[in-house]
Each structure stands twice: as C-alpha cells, then as structure tokens.
Design a protein around this ligand. Structure first.
Ligand code: ADP
Length: 259
C-alpha cells in the first residue's frame, strides 16, 4: 500500500490527484507503456480510482493501447477533461498535439507542451495517477519530475537491457529530484509459448533480481514475453481489462498490491 507523499520541495499536489506514480525506463521499447497501462488497470481492479497521464512526447502510445478516439473536451474555463477508457481517466500528449510535429520539437517546446498538459488537465478524485514518462533520463524527464509531485517511481527494464547502468541512471535521476523509487519491473523476463503455455527463460533466470540488487531496488515483479499481452495492448484493450483471469493479468495484479 502506497502511503508515501511527494517529498519534492515546494510542489503543490495536482488537484484531484492522490498519489502520482511515474513509470520510467532507461530506453525505449522495453514495454514501459505496456506496463503503465496494465498497472493502471490493475490498481483499478484493486478498487482504486486511477488515471493515466501519457507524457511520452516522442512516442505517445496510450491512445492506441487504451483505445482512445477523438479529442478531449474542454470546460468553459479552458480546462481539459480527461478522456475515459476502461474506467480510467486518461490524458495523452498524443491527443493534444500533432505527434509528427512534436517529434521535431526541441527540449524546451516539448517540456512546455507537457507542462501545459499537466497544468490544464482536470482530474477528478483520483487515488493514483500513473505517468508514462518518456524513455531515458534527459531534461524532459527531469523537468517533469521537478514539476509534478511524484509519490514514487517504478523503472521498467528487460533482460536484454543488461546494462544495469541504465537502471542506475534512472535511479540517480529520481534521487536528484527526491522522488522515491518503488522498485524495478522486469519485462519480457521469460517467453511463454502461445501453443503449449511452456514458459522458457531465454535469457536465464534471476537477471531481474540481480539487476534490482545491484541497483539497490526491490524487484516488484517479472512480466513474461507473451503474444497475448502484446496483441491486447496493441488493440486498445490491455490484458488486465480484456482477460483478467490471464496469468499475465494476475502478475500485474500482484505488482499493483506491492506498489
Ligand atoms: P515502451 O513504452 O518501452 O517503448 P511499449 O510498451 O510500447 O514499450 O512496448 C513495445 C512493443 O512491445 C509493443 O508493441 C508492446 O505491445 C510489446 N510488448 C511489450 N511488452 C510485452 C510483453 N511482455 N510481451 C509481448 N509484447 C510486449
């Protein structure tokens, strides 16, 4: 149970939001957004009111993963209302700006767009807001972490991502802005055969645990490489919502209980 509160100096809480949890990764393509979407749904399945803020400005995937369509509505006083997906309140940079335009933005413009999204979205009565951060540990992530009062961060990695350095960098970044790191999630830790269900540790076992220990973190969970998970996430209905009894959905539920 997360009871931590933001410790960053001088940040006022986001209106309508209890705890902000940031989902980070050292690099792209490790499943950060997949984890963010499913973790949000898993927390909701545990009874919490949950929102998702997609801040991955150069590759916003939450619109596709959560099946968002259209544009968000605005209030008469020009606040942006989150969109709804699977019971979640969702806002994505991908529904606010032209992504091909954003791709060529330099840091300051990207940061400005993200800040605008953060300050103008009108969340309503959330226990948790899951923030899908851009991959890496650059200026944009730092600025966001300095502007949003984050209760805790989770870092996503894969076994191929052997460089514990990536994880260390991520931890160092959060330390710098005084955001507690809740732990590490290893994605694609094993492969599950979609025919027979056999689970194979292609990259050997225990890598996530070792990496977590080396980085001084706890391992929050391991998610296998699973065709069903990939498919469900790419078609707008993440596995935790689409198939709650699926073993991978249960893994996300376990992680949600540890967060
Ligand atoms: P990131 O946010 O780190 O860039 P994504 O969450 O967008 O990564 O995932 C990249 C791709 O890999 C997506 O197509 C996603 O569906 C797929 N994927 C992620 N994790 C898994 C997994 N455990 N099993 C199968 N496919 C996965």
């Amino acid at each position: 149970e997360l009871v931590a509160h933001a410790v960053q100096d001088g940040l006022s809480p986001l209106p309508g939001v209890g705890n902000v949890i940031a989902v980070a990764s050292g690099k792209g393509g490790v499943g950060k957004s997949t984890v963010a979407a499913n973790l949000a749904l898993a927390l909701q399945a545990e009874g919490a009111r949950v929102g998702v803020l997609d801040a991955d400005i150069y590759g916003p995937s939450q619109p596709r993963m959560l099946g968002l369509e259209g544009k968000p509505q605005t209030t008469p006083d020009r606040r942006i209302l989150p969109m709804r997906a699977h019971g979640l309140q969702v806002m994505s940079i991908g529904v606010l700006v032209q992504v091909d335009q954003a791709m060529i933005w330099r840091g300051p413009m990207a940061t400005q767009a993200l800040q605008q999204m953060v300050s103008e979205t009108q969340w309503s009565d959330l226990d948790y807001l899951i923030v899908d951060l851009p991959p890496g540990t650059g200026d944009i992530q730092l600025t966001l972490a300095q502007r949003i009062p984050v209760a805790g961060a989770v870092t996503v990695t894969t076994p191929q991502d052997v460089a514990v350095d990536d994880v260390r960098r991520s931890v160092a970044m959060f330390n710098k802005v005084r955001v507690p790191v809740l732990g590490l999630i290893e994605n694609m830790s094993t492969h599950v055969c979609s025919n027979c269900g056999h689970e194979e540790a292609i990259f050997g076992r225990g890598g996530g645990q070792r990496m977590a220990e080396e980085a001084g973190l706890s391992l929050l969970g391991e998610i296998p490489l699973d065709a069903g998970l990939g498919r469900s996430t790419d078609t707008g209905a993440p596995i935790v919502a689409a198939d709650p009894e699926h073993p991978v959905a249960q893994r996300f539920r376990d992680i949600a209980r540890r967060v």
